[in-house]
Design a protein around this ligand. Structure first.
Ligand code: PLP
Length: 412
């Protein structure tokens, strides 16, 4: 089922934040890479949780059994969202960063002095910092080069993965430049040397269908608030991969996957809301199973977002005094996130002026600080980033383009 511009306009009615009438200019939320809005179904689910079963899990009474049922349903829905083998592959946590720290801390206990871990210059700090700290225990960190084109140097990736490599940490898509990395290549290279692959899919998950089983992932992380859900981190672990890891956990905690890495009481209401977000997305697709509907919906949303992002990319590129960073839309898969710099304004100045016009875009490095540094943009205040979501419209982008053009009027 195609997700058309008409579907996109229709879906806006499901998001209370998009239908609010406020004094001042209408808000254009083009900040999806920082976090998306949530549909009413998610808000209602969370409210319903607090009204009906705000108790802890594993009790001998009805509301607790209801929480157990909802948590199982959430794991099953997220397993379908990612294409996982089953719900025992899905662990929840506070956010992606916290889960990745827990994962890296556990894996660190299995590494020895002289082992190597490969990270990239393109990744968000959340998939660099947790691995960089392993330097303290004598692990050698190799960093794959980012090229000025906004793509990783794949020959450098291949060269840095050697028999000494124990793990590769790689982003599926860049939240700063929209680059989509070649995960299949990374999987082939890591398999050849028996290294683990940890994929940060936080920016990828809102824009493309995922299929962790086919990709042969070991670990993959994403974050609910980027795909129309609440703030919940998700860790996928290949069957058996988590069971062997010496995670931080209490002696009384269930040592089996997926619980092995889940410390303390989870945010049950938010996890229930995450299930509602997945089901909301699936509602835009067709097919016999939830998984079929998710894949169909995400494929349609992906194509629609791609078209809008290409329109913005091609239009903004032709404005005098604008430089677009990152790959263009002609070749490989590309996330619908476009970052620019302006000749006569910093990204912060532009974002502030646009913010006054109700246009929500981000400026800076968005925690992809290493990438911004390698591109030589740190001193200039980084990038002005526009993100397309399922509810973004051409009108939002035209207002943004007009706002950007105003900056260039006094250029010689
Ligand atoms: C690509 C990417 N990875 C990781 C993160 C961190 O996610 P979380 O906020 O869930 O820790 C973000 C957040 O912006 C991101 O964009």
């Amino acid at each position: 089922m195609a997700f058309t511009a008409e579907h996109s306009l229709r879906c806006r009615k499901d998001f209370p934040a998009l239908t609010r009438h406020l004094p001042g200019p209408k808000l254009a939320y083009l900040d999806g890479p920082g976090g998306s809005q949530v549909p009413r179904a998610v808000i209602d689910t969370i409210a319903d949780f607090y009204q009906t079963c705000n108790v802890n899990t594993h009790g001998q009474f009805a509301p607790s059994q209801e929480v157990d049922r909802r948590m199982a349903a959430a794991r099953a829905a997220v397993a379908d969202f990612l294409g996982a083998e089953d719900s025992s592959c899905i662990s929840f946590g506070q956010n992606m960063t916290t889960l990745n720290y827990a994962l890296s801390g556990a894996i660190a206990r299995t590494l020895q002095h002289g082992d190597e871990v490969v990270i990239t210059q393109l990744d968000h700090e959340a998939n660099r910092g947790p691995w960089l700290r392993l330097k303290d225990q004598g692990v050698l960190i190799q960093e794959v080069r980012l090229m000025q084109s906004g793509r990783l140097d794949e020959s450098d990736l291949a060269a840095k993965i050697t028999p000494r490599t124990k793990l590769v940490a790689l982003g599926a898509a860049s939240n700063a430049l929209g680059t989509v990395n070649d995960i299949a290549l990374a999987r082939r290279l890591t398999r050849a040397v028996g290294a683990l692959l940890v994929i940060d899919a936080v920016h990828y998950a809102p824009h493309f269908p995922l299929d962790v089983k086919t990709l042969g992932m070991d670990f993959l992380l994403c974050s609910g608030y980027k795909f129309y859900g609440p703030h919940v981190g998700v860790l996928y672990s290949r069957p058996g991969a988590l069971d062997r890891l010496p995670t931080d956990r209490l002696s009384v905690q269930d040592p089996a996957a997926p619980y092995r890495i889940e410390t303390g009481t989870l945010n049950h209401a938010a996890i229930d809301g995450l299930r509602a977000a997945v089901e909301y997305l699936a509602g835009w697709g067709s097919g016999a199973s939830l998984r079929d509907r998710i894949v169909d919906a995400m494929s349609g949303i992906s194509a629609h977002e791609h078209e809008l992002a290409k329109f913005y990319h091609d239009s903004v590129r032709s404005i005098r005094g604008v430089r677009v960073w990152g790959p263009d839309f002609s070749g490989r898969a590309r996330a619908p996130t476009v970052s620019i710099t302006l000749e006569n304004a910093t990204a912060a100045e532009a974002a502030a002026a646009l913010g006054k016009q109700g246009i929500c875009v981000w400026d800076g490095h968005f925690y992809a600080a290493r990438a911004v540094q390698v591109l030589g943009l740190t001193e200039r205040g980084g990038l002005l980033r526009t993100g397309i979501s399922m509810y973004s419209t051409r009108d939002d982008l035209q207002r943004l383009l007009a706002g950007i053009e105003r900056f260039t009027l006094d250029l010689p």
